[in-house]
Design a protein around this ligand. Structure first.
Ligand SMILES: [Zn+2]
Ligand SMILES: [Zn+2]
Length: 438
């Protein structure tokens, strides 16, 4: 955008793990790029006061369900990307379990076209591993890469067939693309609603045992190790899976993983409310698993914090617990939960938290994002680390409001969000006060 007015971010604490940078300075944005540090105002720029705030590379969420095409009553590419920007994300990767699924060049191009029309944040397309997401026949991986697919996943379902998975890993290796897998052995989770444990027993609800995740995580690690290819385990939630990944990384297996905010914030005790906003897959587990997630973030076993943003229209989540669909929205609460639960409590420092939401997912997806290096795309998230705000689902930009965090008081959120040098989101100065006055 060569005609945009330059922007000067003044006096912020710039934290960019990609350059091991953490210092207070001014950042000049010009022609859609990071143009200079330590710049001073000349009068030509739009000056944004970032004093007391954190200037980070634009956040990346590598696990978002945008629902379009086919699920427009839950979310559209426009509402989903608007929600992303409001939550501080400048880039997202969308998961292909739409209707129809994203398994052809034309469908990849449809997403890219709709994302360009929405003009909110960058959207990177994850395409299906298998044709029609049926788990039978490999999709046209080469053609999908050519169309711009950054990774492959049948999420919503696991890649069930081990032979298909092995060939997918081998094939993707030629393009250096990762397979993102939802690890769940379905024979072990049939009719499951929540984590299998004492609470499911007390409530009389069908259980989904941790071992269902662990068994497939172990399989995928073995396949990655045997082929030398890459595997990325999605939404890790069990202490057993985490330990398998930790050991595999230790011996050089090309495995990476991600965690959502809910598994390090909530436990299966929440299901005592019978509220379907606590129903997700993998399910909320016990405290041992929560602790394992936090420890794995601290020792870098977990690489990425993502949302698994899974919007569902109100009438679907209103059904009985066993009928309601799995999943919750996450784009507009993730940053606040990371700050409140991890940074404020001292489990993760700012630099590590930001790395998990910027350069780490960028490297896994092989995209030129997640950095404030000179010349990089000017995707920037200015974070207000101190503001205390209430989660109000009625104010979500997402089309759906299925969150378990309604009414929670969170510390910190995105204040100003810049995509390619253009301000896409700004919290009005009065907004924080309005929340407090309520
Ligand atoms: Zn999944
Ligand atoms: Zn998902």
């Amino acid at each position: 955008m060569p005609d945009e007015r330059p922007i000067l971010l003044e006096g912020g604490r710039v934290i960019d793990p990609s350059q091991s940078l953490d210092r207070t300075t001014n950042v000049l944005i010009e022609n859609g790029r990071i143009a200079a540090y330590d710049a001073v105002a000349t009068g030509a720029e739009e000056v944004i006061d970032a004093a007391g705030k954190i200037v980070a590379p634009g956040l990346i969420d590598m696990h978002v369900h945008l629902r379009e095409p086919g699920g427009e009553e839950d979310e559209t590419i426009l509402t989903g990307t608007t929600a992303a920007v409001a939550g501080g994300f400048t880039s997202i990767a969308c998961i292909p379990n739409t209707e129809p699924p994203i398994d052809t060049q034309a469908s990849v191009e449809f997403i890219q076209h709709q994302a360009a029309r929405a003009d909110q944040c960058n959207v990177f397309v994850v395409a299906c591993v298998s044709k029609n997401r049926e788990g039978k026949e490999l999709a046209e991986i080469g053609q999908l890469v050519q169309a711009g697919a950054v990774a492959f996943s049948d999420d919503g379902s696991p890649v069930y067939d081990a032979e298909l998975m092995r060939r997918a890993i081998e094939y993707c290796q030629m393009f250096d693309k990762p397979i993102l897998n939802h690890a769940e052995v379905r024979e072990l989770t049939q009719n499951g609603v929540m984590h299998e444990g004492l609470v499911s027993l007390i409530l009389g609800l069908g259980g989904m045992p941790a071992v269902a995740e662990d068994v497939m995580t172990g399989r995928d690690i073995a396949l990655a190790e045997a082929t030398g290819g890459r595997i990325h385990m999605m939404h890790v939630s069990s202490s057993g899976s985490i330990e398998l990944i930790r050991r595999a990384k230790g011996r050089g297996v090309r495995v990476t993983t991600e965690v959502c905010p809910h598994p390090f914030t909530l436990t299966d005790e929440s299901l005592r409310s019978f509220d379907s906003n606590f129903k997700m897959s993998p399910p909320l587990r016990g405290q041992k698993h929560v602790d394992a997630c936090i420890a794995a973030l601290a020792d870098d076993t977990i690489d990425v914090i993502c949302t698994d943003h899974a919007p569902h229209a109100r009438e679907k989540k209103m059904r009985e617990l066993d009928q309601a669909p799995f999943g919750i929205v996450g784009l507009e609460t993730a940053l606040g939960l990371v700050i409140t639960r991890l940074v404020e409590l001292g489990d993760l420092d700012w630099s590590a938290a930001i790395a998990n939401m910027t350069i780490n997912p960028a490297r896994i997806l092989g995209i030129d994002k997640g950095t404030l290096a000179l010349g990089a795309d000017a995707d920037v998230t200015v974070i207000d680390p101190d503001v205390l705000w209430s989660v109000d689902p009625a104010s979500f930009r997402s089309k759906s409001a299925n969150t378990p965090f309604a009414g929670w008081k969170l510390r910190g959120r995105a204040d100003t969000v810049i995509v390619s040098g253009r301000v896409k989101h700004r919290v009005s100065p009065g907004a924080a006060r309005r929340v407090r006055a309520r």
